[in-house]
Design a protein around this ligand. Structure first.
Ligand code: ZN
Length: 151
């Protein structure tokens, strides 16, 4: 796997130099909501990244931190309401990519038990969904959030 920190993958997504599957769903002051930058076994897995290069949530200024919490709640609600998720997780780990980001991962009624929780990161290639399905879910989420699409 290539180094995601040199150059920083988070900064590349924020700048629009790299397009994750699902693309950028929304831009808010200080934050960018985008599809997860990697294969996914669940539809609607999205990530909120800080616009500015910050190490983690503890580096965000107060308004951005507040916006992050509010946005995460809205996205997780939409994952349940429009994608039909049973539950939604929020993960901010930051051991791999050292650019502040929060994973918002829906869990569906048919998500296999071995992919619950943090194990969703360990899905095998056979469990990854086709890009078209992920793109469609991202569009559905973006529409539900009623935020203007990214340029
Ligand atoms: Zn960065």
């Amino acid at each position: 796997m290539s180094d995601v920190n040199e150059p920083c993958l988070g900064c590349a997504i924020v700048r629009g130099d790299t397009r994750p599957v699902g693309g950028v769903l929304a831009r808010l002051p200080g934050l960018v909501l985008h599809g997860v930058a990697g294969p996914s076994p669940v539809r609607g897995w999205v990530v909120i990244s800080s616009e500015r290069h910050a190490r983690a949530l503890y580096d965000l200024d107060e308004p951005t931190a507040r916006e992050l919490g509010a946005l995460a709640a809205r996205v997780m609600r939409a994952q349940r309401e429009v994608l039909g998720a049973e539950h939604a997780y929020a993960f901010a780990i930051g051991d791999v990519l050292r650019h502040c980001h929060l994973h918002l991962v829906p869990r569906f009624a048919d998500t296999p038990r071995h992919l619950w929780g943090r194990a969703v990161f360990e899905a095998t290639p056979a469990e990854h969904l086709p890009a078209e399905e992920l793109e469609a879910a991202a569009r559905t989420l973006a529409a539900a959030l009623a935020m203007p699409p990214a340029p």
